[in-house]
Every structure is written in structure tokens, then in C-alpha cells.
Write a protein that binds this ligand. Structure first.
Ligand SMILES: [Zn+2]
Ligand SMILES: [Zn+2]
Length: 408
């Protein structure tokens, strides 16, 4: 029963040592299910692929959904920790890569197991706990897969959706923001068609490398020229693949785009601008075929409910152990909003400080704190390493405090 901090740290180190990519979280799901069963929860595995659902019902009362994600990333760990990952896995593209819990989802999973234990041992509440251990957050498909597999039909609809993401701010700090808190995310694959040929005779070709370069340049004007400076938009071309050797002009180029927005109308405008520019540049280049624009994944902004956030803040304040701040809008994204939207329930999703407070000891102003944060390895870095014990203790307590404020 993972109730003590030592037991939680052992679970965390085990999960960290054995990370699994999205949709492959078989071992992790097994560990989660075994612990939940030992705590007396009703457990269902294989929900939306590798998802796990644990429920515990005590008389009448509200249903509280607590959510953790379980997947890791194709990153080669460089933390030097004694429990560092040496795992590899075959990704969706068929290539083998190292795998690491570089986003801290092992923290989320362990904290939710800790909260499950403490709430199961606490006789003072009534209602229903709906614990959701979600696969494949990074791919953006895990929450939707669980909804599509009948999550709320089979296990009931929650009155609130609660969860947290570990971040490189000091342990003891929690970030709660009402309204749009995490950006919407759209990942696109754009295939630009040209006409290949000999590198010495470009006049006989339509060069997709030059076309792709124009598209990349022109896309930079979407944020700078088409969106108001007061709006939050990120447009990144994260991949550009074309050609194999210097003396052959290839017949196509493939771009990977990541777009982050916080406002639905702005998102619509940005996506339309991307399509217009891609089609316009292809026409200007004399491309033999229309470009293809595919959506690889899309998830909405996480819009935190104001009343739910107030309630969570009050619960945190009553414990007196945290500094609770408004972190401002985060351009990172999260698919937890899909769970809340599908359930029609308010959402409160907060940031959990996971960095060693000693690193901030000499900082005396907000600017200095920010400089320390900017210098720390962030989520997705091969060196990302939350301070395990204190972070888990804080994360478990935060989940329990928030859940209890509905279940009291
Ligand atoms: Zn991530
Ligand atoms: Zn994450």
C-alpha cells in the first residue's frame, strides 16, 4: 500500500527506470492496477488502450475525477540519476529510440497512487472517487481514446475534473490559473509536391526545397503580421524533410508544424492563414499538385473553471503549506481539457513545483526567481529531474486537499 513517502519514492524510481511511450504503457498500467486493487478500488484496465480507471464509492455525494498521465518521451536521459532510464522502444514511426520520463508523468502517476492510498485510508469523506490514469498525453490521443471507449458511460460522469503537472518551479509552489491556462495545440504535417530532377538542371524541375523554404519563411509572418500583439500564438516548424543527396532535386518536402493558441477565434484564423500561405506558395512555385495538409493531433485549450479554481485555492490555503501563484498563460498544452469537455464538468488543473528550493535560496526578487527557472532543465529536457521526495509529498497532498474540498 503506497502510503508512506518511502514507498512512494520507491514506486517513482521504479516508474522512472521503466518509462513507456504513449499507447505502450502496459507495465505502468499493471503497476497502477495492482496498487489500486490492494487499496480496495474497483479497477478496470485497457480503457482507451492502456488506460486504467479506479473507483471508490462511499455513500451519496459528488464524483471527483483525479487524472494522471502515464506516458514518457523518446528522449535519451542525461540526468545521471541512479534510477535513470536505459529503456528503448519502437515508436509509432517504426524506429527504435531511447525513452525517458522527461515530462514528469511518472510524478503524476505516483502522486495519484499516493492520493489514492491516503483517501482510501481517510474515513471522513463521502461521494465517489474516479481515478483516471491516462495513456498517451504526449501524442494528444489518450484522453480522447478513453472518452471514445466509454469512460463516462461506464464509470459515471464527474462533478469536477482535477489534476496537476509538475514544473521547474520550487517545491512548495503551486500555480493555479482561472480561464485559459494551457494553450490549444495543433500538430500538422504538410506535404509539398514538386517535380524532381537533376541537380544541374533545376529549370526542368519544380524544386520543393525552395518551395518549402518559402513556406517556412512566410509562415513566420502569421504571428508577426496577422495576429494582434496582445494575443498568444506560437507557430513552430519543428521538422523539414526533403531530399537525400546534393545533386538530386527531390519531388517533395514534408514539414511538421506545432501551433499553440489560447483563443478559439484566433486559432481558426491562424489555421486558415497557414492553409492560405501553403496553397499560395505552392501555386506561386508552379507545383504540379496541391499540397496536402494533415492534422496529426489537435486538442483544445485547458480552460480552468473560475469557481473550481477558487475552491482549489481555498483548499490549498487551508493547508498553509504552499505558496499559490498565478503562473500566467502557459503555451504548453494538455489534453486533460478533453476529459472535462466530454464530461461537461468544470476543470481545475494546476502546476506543481518540482525544483529544489535550495536553487532559489539566493533569489530575492521575482526577476531573479525567473532567471533561476529559465536556467533549469525544463520538461522534455534530457536533464529534467524533479526533486523526487518533496515533490511527491507536495503533489499527493495537493490532490488530497483538492479532492476533499468536493468530497467533504
Ligand atoms: Zn510533455
Ligand atoms: Zn506532460
Amino acid at each position: 500500500m503506497p502510503a508512506t513517502l518511502d514507498e512512494l519514492v520507491a514506486i517513482y524510481e521504479d516508474l522512472h527506470r521503466h518509462p513507456e511511450l504513449g499507447r505502450q504503457e502496459h507495465r505502468t498500467a499493471g503497476v497502477v492496477a495492482e496498487h489500486l486493487r490492494s487499496l480496495g478500488y474497483d479497477v478496470a484496465q485497457g480503457v482507451g488502450g492502456t488506460g486504467v480507471v479506479g473507483t471508490l464509492t462511499r455513500r451519496e455525494g459528488p464524483t471527483v475525477l483525479l487524472r494522471a498521465d502515464m506516458d514518457a518521451l523518446p528522449v535519451q536521459e542525461a540526468t545521471g540519476l541512479p534510477y535513470a532510464s536505459e529503456a528503448t522502444a519502437i515508436g509509432a514511426d517504426g524506429t527504435e529510440s531511447p525513452v525517458m520520463h522527461a515530462c514528469g508523468h511518472d510524478v503524476h502517476t505516483t502522486c495519484l497512487l499516493g492520493a489514492a492510498a491516503r483517501l482510501a485510508a481517510d474515513p471522513r469523506w463521502q461521494g465517489r472517487l474516479l481515478l483516471v490514469f491516462q495513456p498517451d498525453e504526449e501524442g494528444g490521443g489518450g484522453a480522447q481514446a478513453m472518452v471514445d471507449d466509454g469512460l463516462f458511460v461506464r464509470f459515471g460522469t464527474p462533478d469536477v475534473v482535477l489534476g496537476q503537472h509538475v514544473a521547474p518551479v520550487p517545491v512548495g509552489v503551486l500555480g493555479v490559473r482561472s480561464g485559459p491556462a494551457f494553450a490549444a495545440s495543433d500538430a500538422l504535417r504538410i506535404t509539398l509536391h514538386g517535380t524532381g530532377g537533376h541537380g544541374s538542371r533545376p529549370e526542368t524541375t519544380v524544386d520543393p526545397v525552395v518551395l518549402g523554404a518559402s513556406v517556412v519563411q512566410r509562415l513566420q509572418t502569421v504571428v508577426s503580421r496577422e495576429v494582434a500583439a496582445t494575443e498568444t500564438v506560437v507557430l513552430t516548424v519543428g521538422s523539414f524533410h526533403a531530399g537525400t543527396v546534393a545533386n538530386v532535386i527531390p519531388d517533395r518536402a514534408v514539414l511538421g508544424l506545432s501551433i499553440r493558441t489560447t483563443d478559439a477565434d484566433v486559432r481558426t484564423r491562424v489555421l486558415a492563414a497557414v492553409e492560405r500561405i501553403v496553397r499560395g506558395e505552392a501555386a506561386a512555385a508552379g507545383a504540379p499538385r496541391e499540397p496536402e495538409i494533415e492534422t496529426l493531433n489537435t486538442f483544445p485549450a485547458v480552460v480552468n473553471d473560475a469557481a473550481a479554481c477558487d475552491r482549489v485555492r481555498e483548499a490549498f490555503a487551508a493547508e498553509g503549506r504552499w505558496v499559490v501563484v498565478d503562473p500566467g498563460p502557459v503555451t504548453g498544452s494538455e489534453d486533460v481539457g478533453i476529459l472535462a469537455d466530454a464530461a461537461g464538468a468544470p476543470c481545475a488543473y494546476w502546476l506543481l513545483g518540482g525544483a529544489d528550493p535550495a536553487l532559489f535560496a539566493s533569489a530575492t526578487s521575482v526577476d531573479e526567481i525567473r532567471r533561476v527557472v529559465d536556467g533549469l532543465p525544463s520538461n522534455h529536457s534530457p536533464r529534467y529531474a524533479p526533486l523526487a521526495g518533496p515533490t511527491l509529498e507536495s503533489g499527493v497532498a495537493a490532490l488530497v486537499a483538492a479532492a476533499r474540498s468536493w468530497l467533504a
